[in-house]
Design a protein around this ligand. Structure first.
Ligand code: SAH
Ligand code: SF4
Ligand code: F3S
Length: 472
């Protein structure tokens, strides 16, 4: 057993990060023979991509995927710790799994991801959820075969969660969700320690992959027919700062664009490390998509300081304007937290003010959720939940208004769309995204799936648009 510790998770060592190649021992390859697995993922793209790795590892062990939880021999929850409601959802699901396990004691149950990296959650699992068979963290996904085999052999809970991040594991297999779009990790962890955020504790210190390994992965994806790659990291703009290679995010973006991948995206950009050089590279290469997610969090300088974000309302707007000036048609989206401890009506109005200035294409908005172990969880919070909810509604109304306005500009325009598959709302339509990340339901023949086609937009809503293939 290996329990996580909050104290260790806070530490940042100077130890050099090693790169290790993943390999699976032959002795694990039949563990899942004639068995199925079901995995449910909570959280961000990082977790989604981890799930793609976990699925491929399970399939190396001969497990087959099922999307019906009740039929599965192995049930795994890949969890997120970012806000309290993510926790509640997972514990709700655990209740259902407990029921299943009571009627089918032979099923294997497990939990992984960011929540189990939390010391208090790991303790709770150890004491109250002894029936969960396997528990492993974000740093040891590659050990899954070993953890599972130990639990099966000893017929007891195998809990293995490390707080100190380990090495970078290369060559992990991935069973990707899409045949056209792929996520490529460029870095792991985060060293920003925004005062509200749990991620630096659940994901460890910033570790960048080498450019050689990243570019190699992109080239392999191109060879496999992928049309779009999204470079992934909690704070991609800080890429390379831990490598002393004199090679930064702008260099990586350029080299990745030169691979010829039709569409290149990246997420998430912290405004703090966004350089002019990066903006120039995005502007120069047509296959770097004109879409930037630029989390604001708050428009109040007082709150930004308390959050440890290291920019001001003014420098944020300056950066925003520079992006809009140099990258024509660039869509910008954001994340905003309301009800941070100490946020007054005036502070909140500053946030609304930035929204009115930037007129975002869309935004994710959240009520502040105190996370155990973070500095903000100890800050005095005197705002009532009702007040926070009122602020959220008001903010969302404004965000929706600008989202619709941004979409209105597409009416009757012809735009390139990467067609991904059938539309969820109507099986006779296809769906895809514009270069600016707008969801479009498209009337076009099915053989266009996997291609970038021109689409004439004939109707727009707040969160999606409709269009027909334009052959002219
Ligand atoms: N690395 C990204 C953010 C990842 S978390 C970045 O720095 O932009 C995604 C979003 O969740 C954050 O941008 C923030 O708006 C929100 N978030 C994070 N911690 C939160 C908390 N404790 N309460 C409410 N929202 C939070
Ligand atoms: Fe969290 Fe800040 Fe790191 Fe983003 S940059 S993951 S908000 S600590
Ligand atoms: Fe959640 Fe972990 Fe991502 S906390 S948002 S799954 S990095």
């Amino acid at each position: 057993m290996q329990m996580p510790s909050l104290l260790d998770a806070k530490k940042r060592t100077k130890d050099k990060v090693k790169t290790i190649n993943y390999d699976i021992d032959d002795k694990y390859k039949n563990l899942g023979k004639n068995k199925t697995y079901f995995i449910k993922t909570y959280g961000c793209q990082m977790n989604e991509h981890d799930t793609e790795n976990i699925k491929a590892i399970l399939e190396q062990m001969s497990f087959k995927e099922t999307d019906i939880m009740e039929n599965a021999d192995l049930i795994l929850l890949n969890t997120c710790a970012i806000r309290e409601n993510a926790h509640n959802k997972v514990f709700g699901m655990i209740g259902r799994i407990k029921h299943l396990k009571a009627s089918k004691p032979n099923i294997i149950t497990g939990m992984c991801g960011c929540m189990v990296q939390e010391e208090s959650v790991a303790n709770e699992i150890k004491d109250k959820y002894k029936w969960l068979d396997i528990v492993f963290g974000t740093h040891n996904i590659s050990n899954l075969p070993k953890v599972l085999s130990k639990s099966l052999k000893n017929q007891k809970q195998e809990l293995e969660v490390y707080s100190i991040e380990g090495d970078i594991i290369e060559n992990m297999p991935a069973k990707r969700d899409s045949k056209y779009k792929a996520w490529v990790n460029i870095m792991y962890g985060c060293d920003k320690f925004c005062t509200y955020c749990i991620v630096p504790y659940t994901r460890g210190k910033q570790r960048s992959r080498t450019k050689e390994n990243i570019i190699k992965e992109i080239k392999e994806l191109i060879a496999d027919g992928y049309m779009e790659v999204t470079l992934l990291g909690q704070n991609v703009n800080a890429y390379g700062k831990d490598l002393d290679a004199n090679y930064d995010m702008s260099d990586l973006l350029k080299e990745a664009a030169l691979t010829g991948i039709p569409r290149l995206r990246f997420i998430t950009s912290h405004p703090w490390d966004f350089t002019d050089k990066m903006i120039d590279v995005i502007a120069k290469y047509p296959n770097i998509m004109p879409y930037i997610h630029l989390p604001l969090q708050s428009g109040s300088n007082k709150i930004l300081k308390l959050m440890g974000r290291r920019y001001t309302k003014e420098t944020y707007i300056e950066l925003f304007n520079k992006i809009k000036e140099k990258i024509p048609n660039c869509a910008v989206t954001t994340d905003i937290i309301v009800g941070f401890p100490g946020e007054t009506e005036e502070d909140f109005n500053d946030t609304l003010d930035v929204v009115n200035t930037c007129k975002y294409d869309s935004a994710f908005t959240f009520i502040f959720s105190p996370r155990e172990g973070t500095p903000a969880s100890k800050m005095k919070d005197e705002i009532s939940l009702e007040e926070k909810e009122q602020r959220l509604y008001k903010l969302n109304d404004l965000i929706n208004k600008y989202a619709k306005e941004a979409n209105d500009k597409y009416l009757n325009k012809v735009v390139p769309v990467l067609i991904e598959g059938e539309s969820e709302k109507d099986k006779n339509l296809l769906m895809g995204y514009t270069d600016t990340m707008k969801l479009v339901n498209v009337k076009a023949p099915k053989d266009k799936i996997g291609q970038i086609i021109n689409v004439k937009i004939n109707s727009v809503k707040t969160w999606s648009m409709d269009g027909v293939e334009d052959k002219s």
